[in-house]
Design a protein around this ligand. Structure first.
Ligand SMILES: NC(=O)c1ccc[n+]([C@@H]2O[C@H](COP(=O)([O-])OP(=O)(O)OC[C@H]3O[C@@H](n4cnc5c(N)ncnc54)[C@H](OP(=O)(O)O)[C@@H]3O)[C@@H](O)[C@H]2O)c1
Length: 283
């Protein structure tokens, strides 16, 4: 609660004005565009990441410290996330919205991951979201706010050479489901966003994976990249409606209801693509 700005239990487009969002991954493609979209709705922003140059440039673009504050933070370090949450809450007088968007991907065969390669994805994408939620929850409880976790289609569909990423994104969905039940009665809401591939540094890194290229039909057909602006719009809507889940493209929406079945249904398509191209490529 803060002077003259008691959080109403609504985050409608009108109700978003003046609210405070804690956006991790704000130096990245999706995070920076999400910050811009929220800023356009009158949201004040704590911009979190490791690349302070990019964060500070974005903060200036969005109007400077009263409207947007760059804060250096590493999601792999709890003390760093806790310090950032405290800094953001003290600067703006609270935190109403969390967008947990920091993420990374290391594409590799299960048997070839280095000792750290596998762990890095899990520590950033899963443990990092846990650290973000843990550090911000005291403030979000007070504001009765909303936590929007950027997961992936990989929460439901597990592709080759993406085992660490898929495990982290399936794990983050489980984290969100447990959290939602723990928060029952608190008025805090939790949503997960599950986009397919879109252009970004992370998205572009995926295109270097031979098996993933083959399984996805060179990112064509079902796996044609989606527009990043559609993902941004889905995040904004998830916050405004305090909704539970968003899957993009919508054709995959049923996966959120039947994740196990979804993998069984999609697997023959992936296997067909892999067999069709067997021998064409190294993997
Ligand atoms: N692109 C896709 O195809 C796709 C599809 C589905 C889901 N997603 C998800 O969308 C989210 C945003 O990714 P993007 O595609 O926009 O990629 P991106 O442009 O590469 O952005 C990744 C962001 O994560 C931050 N980050 C990574 N490690 C971090 C750490 N240890 N501490 C703090 N921040 C860290 C980076 O910030 P710094 O480098 O400044 O630390 C950067 O802001 C991710 O969660 C990703 O898994 C992406």
């Amino acid at each position: 609660m803060r002077g003259g700005q008691i959080m109403q239990n609504t985050l409608s487009p009108k109700g978003l004005r003046g609210k405070v969002a804690f956006v991790t991954g704000a130096s990245g493609a999706l995070g920076s565009d999400t910050a811009r979209a929220l800023s356009a709705r009158g949201v004040r922003l704590a911009l979190l990441g490791r690349n302070t140059e990019k964060l500070e440039a974005l903060a200036r673009e969005l109007g400077g410290p009263e409207k947007a504050l760059a804060i250096e933070m590493n999601v792999r370090n709890l003390a760093s996330v806790e310090a950032a949450a405290k800094n953001a809450a003290e600067h703006f007088g609270g935190i109403d919205i969390v967008v947990a968007g920091a993420g990374m991907v290391t594409t590799e065969l299960v048997e070839n991951y280095s000792a750290t390669g596998f762990v890095d994805d899990i520590d950033t994408n899963l443990n990092g979201v846990w650290r973000t939620v843990k550090a911000t929850l005291p403030y979000v409880r007070e504001s009765k706010g909303h936590i929007s976790i950027v997961a992936s289609l990989a929460s439901f569909i597990h592709m080759p050479e993406m085992s660490a990423y898929s495990a982290s994104k399936a794990g983050v969905l489980a984290l969100a489901n447990s959290l939602r039940l723990e928060l029952d009665g608190s008025s805090v809401t939790v949503g997960t966003i599950h986009p397919s591939f879109f252009e970004s540094a992370l998205g572009n890194a995926l295109t270097t994976s031979p098996l993933l290229n083959r399984a996805s039909g060179n990112f064509g057909g079902l796996f044609t990249p989606i527009k990043r602006e559609d993902v941004v719009a889905a995040i904004a809507k998830n916050i405004e409606r305090r909704s539970r889940v968003a899957v993009l493209p919508r054709a995959f929406s049923a996966l959120a209801l039947m994740p196990g079945l979804g993998q069984r249904v999609i697997e023959p398509y992936l296997t067909h693509n892999l067999r069709k191209t067997a021998g064409n490529l190294e993997r």
